[in-house]
Design a binder for this molecule. Structure first.
Ligand SMILES: C[S@@+](CC[C@H](N)C(=O)[O-])C[C@H]1O[C@@H](n2cnc3c(N)ncnc32)[C@H](O)[C@@H]1O
Length: 285
C-alpha cells in the first residue's frame, strides 16, 4: 500500500471519534466554536504529527482550536511550534455566547488577548500569537505540518491564505483543515480547492462543515494563479462550485453545494460571508 493510500485508509476509519474527553485534558476547559467532533479531530491531528514543521491555526478566537492542537502535541511528546493568528477582538454577542463565565466587556470589539493568553497558559512556550489582520501576514517559517483555516471569510483573504501558507505544505504528509468548507456563505472555499485538486486529496468530512485534505503535490505559483477566487465572475464561481460537488460525490451530499449556488444567485458579486448572511437575514425580514 502506498503511503497516500495508507493515510486515506487511516482517515476513513475516523479514529478521532474515539478520542476521550480525558485525553483532551486542560484543552476541554478552553471555549471553542468547534463542534465536539471537530475538537477531537484537532486533538488527534496534534497527536499524529510525524514531521517537525509548524502547526498553523488561522482564526483562533478564544484559543479553542490551538488548545486542542497543543494538547494533542503534548500527549504525543511533540514540540512542534503552534502559530495562532487572529485579530483577537470580540463582539459582546460572541463573548456572551462562547465565554459565559467571563465578565462581559462594556463595549464591542473587546480585547481577547489577555483571555487567550490565560486559556493557553498550560502550554506556555509552545505557541506564538500573531495579532492583527491575516491579510497582512507573510509566512516565512518553513514547512507546515497542519494548517487549519478558520478565517477565510472572504474570497480575497482565501486567495491570500492560499498564496502565503499552501506552498509550505509538504506533499504526502501535511494536513489542511478547511474549517468552513461547506458553509453556504463561503462558496469560494470549494471553488479554490477544486482548482487545486491535483495538489490536495479530500480525506474526510467532519461535521458540521469542515473538510480535511492531504497535500499530495507542491502548491506552485502557477497552481495558485489558476486557483484564484477573488477575481471570478458569479458564473465562473458557480461552475467551480458545481465541479466541487462532483469532486466530493460520495463524501458530501449535493444539498450543501445547492445552498452555495443559491447564495451566489441571491447575492450577485458579494464575496464576504457576513455580507451574504446579513442580506439573507434582511430578505427573510
Ligand atoms: C470561527 S472563529 C475561529 C474559532 C476558533 N478556531 C475556535 O476554535 O473557536 C474565526 C476567527 O477568525 C478571525 N478572523 C476572521 N478574519 C480575520 C482576519 N482578516 N484577520 C485576523 N483574524 C480574522 C476572527 O477574529 C475569529 O476569531
Amino acid at each position: 500500500m502506498s503511503s497516500v493510500a495508507r493515510i486515506v485508509a487511516e482517515f476513513a476509519a475516523r479514529p478521532w471519534e474515539a478520542v476521550a474527553a480525558s485525553d483532551l485534558g486542560a484543552a476541554l476547559a478552553v471555549p471553542t466554536m468547534l463542534t465536539p467532533e471537530e475538537g477531537r479531530l484537532y486533538h488527534w491531528l496534534g497527536r499524529r504529527v510525524a514531521g517537525d514543521g509548524a502547526v498553523v491555526d488561522l482564526g483562533a478566537y478564544a484559543g479553542g482550536s490551538a488548545a486542542r492542537l497543543l494538547a494533542g502535541l503534548a500527549l504525543a511528546g511533540r514540540a512542534n511550534p503552534v502559530h495562532s493568528y487572529d485579530r483577537f477582538r470580540s463582539s459582546r454577542m460572541f463573548w456572551a455566547r462562547y465565554m459565559p463565565g467571563e465578565p462581559l466587556p462594556e463595549t464591542d470589539d473587546a480585547d481577547l488577548l489577555p483571555v487567550v493568553q490565560r486559556h493557553l497558559a498550560p502550554w506556555k512556550g509552545g505557541f506564538t500569537l500573531h495579532v492583527g489582520d491575516i491579510a497582512g501576514t507573510r509566512w516565512t517559517d518553513g514547512p507546515i505540518e497542519i494548517l487549519s483555516v478558520d478565517a477565510a471569510k472572504g474570497s480575497a483573504l482565501a486567495d491570500h491564505i492560499a498564496g502565503q501558507f499552501f506552498p509550505a505544505l509538504v506533499p504526502g504528509r501535511s494536513i489542511l483543515v478547511q474549517q468552513d468548507y461547506l458553509m453556504a456563505v463561503q462558496p469560494w472555499l470549494c471553488a479554490q480547492m477544486v482548482a487545486l485538486r491535483s495538489q490536495f486529496l479530500p480525506l474526510a468530512h467532519v461535521p458540521k462543515v469542515g473538510l480535511v485534505f492531504l497535500c499530495v503535490a507542491p502548491v506552485t505559483s502557477e497552481a495558485l494563479t489558476l486557483a484564484q477566487v477573488d477575481s471570478l465572475t458569479d458564473g465562473k464561481l458557480m461552475s467551480r462550485v458545481r465541479e466541487a460537488a462532483a469532486w466530493h460525490e460520495g463524501m458530501v451530499g449535493r444539498g450543501r453545494f445547492k445552498e452555495m449556488l443559491a447564495q451566489i444567485k441571491a447575492h450577485p458579486g458579494v464575496r464576504l460571508g457576513w455580507q451574504m448572511r446579513q442580506a439573507s437575514a434582511r430578505a427573510k425580514g
